[in-house]
Design a protein around this ligand. Structure first.
Ligand code: DPM
Length: 320
């Protein structure tokens, strides 16, 4: 960013997927509205996660799969901020970078999208052996727990690729985030919004996280205009929970948060891949102490065996 206020240019890093671009252009537009004298430019980059499409997500790990190249861009000062789906942003960021702001969350729920031939069905009424496409271990574990009659098959690629595979008959249904479909203008494909009793969403799901250089006060001041406080409190609680359990983004950990008055309630779950073991609990506390709530919930679930479930999954992924 150059010094003179009249010629300032701020560069925004983004992945190239359609969803990433929709999100980044939204951020660009909002910033432009708030700061008409600054020029906001978008720089697109491919991340590792965009390039490796033939390997199950859980296997390639999660250490910044969709964020690393964008982070290098900021550290090398080629860009000033990066827009992420918050759920793809690891809970521990590289030295020199920080989560600068969290935007207002969309509906964080998961959604069922079905093949045409099952348009009269819901999760519970899909036939025995119906094939559900997902590469989320979180979705897999929770849905297996509730609907043992269903089969699950890995699916990768961007949203359009996944929907095309579904329509071509490779799957009977797929599970996607409500938020992604909504942002891409494809809400009409949402067949069933999956309630939290069936599937707790991923940490940070539905919110955007904007990352910037740590202590870059100029950029942080700009980002304040996009911060949504309630969403930030919820996501800080969720991220503290995940960080404390040392779960990357590819483990069966689900959450739900609610704010009522000054109180924040965090529900969290850890499940085994076969859906047979499932530990779930709830902690309520002061919204201002969001991270403490996350830490306490992690400790509670550990006492109920969450660590053993997670260790077994990590060993299984290593072996496969
Ligand atoms: C992460 C997961 C998935 C994405 C794992 C999970 C889904 C992978 C899959 C961490 N990142 O949710 O348990 O289903 O195969 C991703 C999506 C969005 C951000 C797409 C989706 C859009 C929603 C949002 C991929 N990252 O979940 O359907 O911004 O929260």
């Amino acid at each position: 960013m150059t010094v003179s206020a009249s010629t300032r240019t701020v560069r925004i890093g983004s992945r190239k997927s359609q969803l990433a671009l929709v999100q980044t252009y939204w951020v660009q537009e909002e910033l432009q509205k708030h700061f008409p004298d600054i020029t906001f430019e978008v720089e697109t980059m491919s991340t590792q996660g965009d390039k490796i499409l033939d390997v199950p997500l859980a296997k390639i790990g999660d250490k910044g799969l969709f964020t690393k190249e964008l982070e290098v861009g900021m550290l090398e000062k080629k860009t000033d901020l990066a827009v992420h789906s918050l759920k793809d942003l690891p809970t521990n960021l590289p030295e020199g970078l920080m989560l600068g702001c969290v935007t207002e969350r969309e509906n964080p729920a998961d959604a069922l999208v079905v093949h045409e031939k099952f348009k009269d069905k819901q999760l519970e009424t899909l036939p025995e052996g119906a094939v559900i496409g997902t590469s989320s271990l979180r979705r897999l574990a929770q849905l297996r727990h509730h609907y043992p009659h269903l089969e699950f098959k890995d699916v990768r690629g961007n949203l359009n690729t996944r929907l095309a595979k579904l329509d071509a008959g490779e799957y009977d249904a797929i599970i996607l985030a409500f938020a992604g479909l909504h942002r891409l203008g494809m809400s009409d494909r949402i067949h069933q919004v999956i309630p939290p009793e069936v599937s707790l969403h991923a940490v940070g799901q539905g919110a955007l996280g904007i990352e910037c250089r740590a202590g870059d006060t100029d950029i942080l001041n700009l980002l304040k205009s996009l911060e949504h406080t309630a969403t930030a409190h919820r996501c800080y609680a969720e991220r503290a929970f995940l960080r404390e359990l040392e779960g990357g983004c590819q483990v069966p950990i689900g959450v739900n948060t609610q704010i009522e008055g000054e109180q924040l309630t965090l529900t969290g779950l850890v499940a085994s891949l076969d859906g047979k073991k499932l530990v779930k609990d709830v902690v309520t506390g002061a919204t201002a102490e969001a991270e403490q709530i996350g830490l306490e919930l992690a400790r509670k679930l550990r006492e109920q065996g969450a660590q053993e479930i997670l260790d077994a999954i990590l060993a299984e992924i290593d072996r496969s």
